[in-house]
Write a protein that binds this ligand. Structure first.
Ligand code: HAS
Length: 555
C-alpha cells in the first residue's frame, strides 16, 4: 500500500516517462526557435535595404518559415510540453493510455510540421503564417498543418482524460489550479481550432488539389480569424499559468486568490473566441453591426488581463511587505531580482503593459483604420508573443528543463539568463519600438524591401528599417544565448534535483466556489456567445458570396 508520503512524493516529481514526453515537445520548440530566429534576423537585414538573400532564396519564403516556426510551432510545442509536465506534476502521473495519446499526438504533429516545413523550404508554400487565400500553397503544406491540429487534439485529449480521472477520484473538490488552467486552455484551443480545421479541410485542400477551381476568400479568412484570435490567448494562458501559480512560489509568496485566477481563465474561454472580426475591421463584406459587436466583446477580453495585472501587483506587494519593504514602493526592491526564473517573466509582465495598450488601440474600430496592415501590428505582436509570452517561457524553461533532465542550473547559467533577458529586452525595445513608430507613418507589414519607385514617403521609413535590423541583430544574440543555456540545462549542467515550483493559495483567500468548475454552465455560455457573434454574419457571407477566387502564386 502506498503511504501518504509516497503519494505526495509522486505529486512533486514529474514521472520520468511523462518527463520524456514533455521534453520531446520542448526540444522541437527550441529547434524551431533556432531556425525561425535565424530567418527573423535575415528578414530585418533584407528590409534594411543593405542585404540581399543568397542562392535565390525569397523574402516571403523566409518570412513564412519565420512565422510558421515561431508563431505556430515553437509556441504549440512548448505549450504542450509545459502542459504535460504541469498536469503530471499537479494531478499525478499520466496513465499508459493517456501517455500513449500524448506520443501519438506528438508524432502526428511532428509529421505534419515536417511536411509543411519541407514545402516552405521548397518554395512551394510562401503564403506566410496566416496562409491567406487567394495565395495558394502546395496541398501538402495544408495537409501538414491539418496534422498539427489533429495531433494537438489527440495529445490534448490525454490531458483532459487525466483531469476527468482526478475529478472522479476527488468529488466535490476543486481540481488543482494548474490542471484546471490547462483544461481551460485546451477547451479554448479545441473549440477555436475547429474553425481553421474546417477552412483547411473543406476549402484549402480541395482547392489546392484542383478539385474545386475557386475559393470563397472572405469565408476562409473569417474561419481563420475565428481561430486566429483565440490562438494568441492559447499562447498567453500558459504564461499566465506561470504568473499565477509558479511565480508566487519563486518569490516565496502565495497565490493571491485561487477564485480570481479561475475566473480570469473562464472569462478567456468565454470572450477570446467570438472576437475574430477585430482582425477584419477593414474587410468589406461584413456588416458594421457585427464588427461593432465583436469589438465590444474584444474589450471584454481585456478584463481578465486587468484582473491578472491586479492579482500580480497584489502578490508582489504582499510578499515585498512581508520581507520588510516599507513605504509606497519599498516592497518592490525586496523582489528576487537576481533569480532568472522570476526576472525573465517579470520583464514579460512589464512589456505587456504597452503591448496590451497597443492591443486596445488595434481593437478600437477607428484607430484600426490607421494601423491595419502597417508594421505597427508586427510591433504589437513582437511585444505580446515574442516578449511577454516568450520571456515567460524562457523563465519557465530555467526550472522545467533541469527538473525533467535531473540537473540543476548553476549560478553562472542563472547570470547568463539574466543577461539574456536584458539583451532580449534591449533588442526588442529597438526593433518593436521602430516598428510601432514607422507603422504610424504608414510603412506596410508583410512586405519585402522596396523604395516604392523612389517615393519620398518610403524614404522616410528606411532609418526605422535600419533600426529594426539593429534590434533584430541584438535579438539574434539573445537567441544564441538562450539556446546555449537550454543546451547546458539538457546535457551539461551538474546532476541534481530541481524544484518544480507550484505555489499554495494564500490563507486569506476566499474558498473557491465550485461553480467556477461547472463546465456545463461555462461551455453553454461560450457556445451561445460564439453562435450569437458568428451565425448571422457567416450566413450573410455565404449568401452574398462573390464568385470566388482562383489560386495565386505571387512568389
Ligand atoms: Fe493582439 C493583432 C487586439 C493581446 C498577438 N495580436 C495581433 C496579431 C498577433 C497578436 C499575433 O483588435 C497579428 C495577427 C496577424 O498576423 O494579423 N491583442 C489585441 C487586444 C489584446 C491583444 C485587445 N495580441 C494580444 C496577445 C497576443 C497578441 C496577448 C499574443 C500573445 N491584436 C489586437 C487586434 C489586432 C491584433 C485588434 C488586429 C490588428 C490588425 O488590424 O491587423 C488584449 O488581450 C490586450 C490586453 C492586455 C492588457 C495588459 C495587462 C497587463 C498585464 C501586465 C501587468 C504587469 C505587472 C508587472 C503586474 C490590458 C497583465 C508589474 C509592473 C511594474 C512596473 C511594477
Amino acid at each position: 500500500m502506498t503511504t501518504i508520503a509516497e503519494k505526495t512524493k509522486d505529486l512533486i516529481q514529474v514521472d520520468k516517462r511523462d518527463g520524456k514526453l514533455a521534453l520531446a515537445h520542448v526540444y522541437v520548440a527550441f529547434i524551431a526557435l533556432a531556425i525561425g530566429g535565424l530567418c527573423g534576423l535575415l528578414q530585418t537585414l533584407v528590409r534594411s535595404g543593405t542585404f540581399t538573400l543568397p542562392w535565390g532564396i525569397g523574402y516571403y519564403q523566409i518570412l513564412t518559415i519565420h512565422g510558421v516556426l515561431l508563431g505556430l510551432i515553437l509556441t504549440t510545442y512548448f505549450i504542450f510540453g509545459f502542459q504535460i509536465a504541469v498536469v503530471s506534476r499537479t494531478s499525478g502521473t499520466l496513465t499508459d493510455k493517456q501517455r500513449l495519446l500524448g506520443w501519438i499526438g506528438f508524432w502526428t504533429m511532428t509529421i505534419g510540421t515536417t511536411a509543411s516545413s519541407i514545402m516552405i523550404l521548397l518554395n512551394e508554400a510562401s503564403v506566410l503564417y496566416t496562409f491567406y487565400a487567394p495565395l495558394q500553397a502546395h496541398w501538402i503544406f495544408y495537409v501538414g498543418l491539418a496534422l498539427v491540429i489533429v495531433g494537438s487534439w489527440i495529445g490534448g485529449l490525454g490531458l483532459i482524460l487525466k483531469y476527468v480521472e482526478w475529478r472522479k477520484a476527488n468529488p466535490g473538490q476543486p481540481s488543482p489550479l494548474l490542471t484546471f488552467m490547462v483544461v481551460v486552455n485546451l477547451a479554448m484551443w479545441i473549440i477555436c481550432s475547429l474553425g481553421v480545421a474546417v477552412e483547411v479541410l473543406f476549402q484549402l485542400i480541395p482547392w489546392s488539389l484542383g478539385w474545386v477551381d475557386k475559393v470563397d476568400v472572405l469565408l476562409s479568412r473569417t474561419l481563420f480569424w475565428y481561430f486566429g484570435h483565440p490562438l494568441v490567448y492559447f499562447w498567453l494562458l500558459p504564461a499566465y499559468m506561470v504568473w499565477y501559480a509558479v511565480i508566487p512560489k519563486i518569490i516565496g509568496g502565495k497565490i493571491f486568490s485561487d477564485s480570481l485566477a479561475r475566473l480570469s481563465f473562464m472569462l478567456f474561454l468565454l470572450f477570446s473566441i467570438p472576437v475574430g472580426f477585430h482582425h477584419q475591421l477593414t474587410e468589406p463584406g461584413i456588416s458594421s453591426f457585427w464588427k461593432f459587436l465583436q469589438v465590444v466583446l474584444t474589450l471584454m477580453v481585456v478584463i481578465p488581463s486587468l484582473l491578472t495585472a491586479f492579482s500580480m501587483f497584489a502578490t508582489f506587494e504582499i510578499r515585498g511587505r512581508a520581507l520588510g519593504g516599507k513605504g509606497v514602493l519599498g516592497w518592490f526592491k525586496k523582489l528576487p531580482w537576481g533569480d532568472a526564473r522570476f526576472f525573465a517573466p517579470f520583464v514579460g509582465m512589464v512589456a505587456f503593459i504597452p503591448a496590451g495598450a497597443g492591443g486596445i488601440i488595434n481593437a478600437s474600430h477607428q484607430m484600426n483604420q490607421l494601423i491595419h496592415n502597417t508594421i505597427w501590428v508586427t510591433g504589437h505582436f513582437h511585444l505580446t508573443v515574442a516578449t511577454t509570452v516568450l520571456l515567460t517561457f524562457f523563465g519557465a524553461a530555467y526550472w522545467l528543463i533541469p527538473h525533467l533532465t535531473g540537473r540543476v542550473m548553476t549560478k553562472q547559467m542563472n547570470r547568463l539568463a539574466i543577461i539574456q533577458t536584458i539583451v532580449w529586452t534591449f533588442g526588442m525595445s529597438i526593433m518593436s519600438g521602430a516598428m510601432h513608430i514607422v507603422g504610424l507613418f504608414g510603412a506596410p507589414r508583410r512586405s519585402d524591401f522596396s523604395t516604392y519607385g523612389g517615393s519620398a514617403q518610403a524614404a522616410e521609413w528606411i532609418p526605422y528599417q535600419i533600426a529594426q535590423a539593429v534590434g533584430g541583430t541584438i535579438l539574434f544574440i539573445g537567441i544564441i544565448l538562450i539556446l546555449y543555456i537550454v543546451a547546458n540545462l539538457i546535457w551539461f549542467a551538474p546532476k541534481g534535483e530541481t524544484e518544480f515550483p507550484v505555489a499554495e493559495v494564500s490563507e486569506h483567500a476566499e474558498k473557491t466556489p465550485m461553480a467556477l468548475e461547472n463546465w456545463k454552465i461555462w461551455l453553454t455560455i461560450c457556445i451561445a456567445l460564439i453562435l450569437f457573434a458568428y451565425t448571422v454574419p457567416v450566413i450573410e457571407i455565404i449568401q452574398n458570396a462573390p464568385p470566388g477566387s482562383i489560386g495565386y502564386k505571387l512568389w
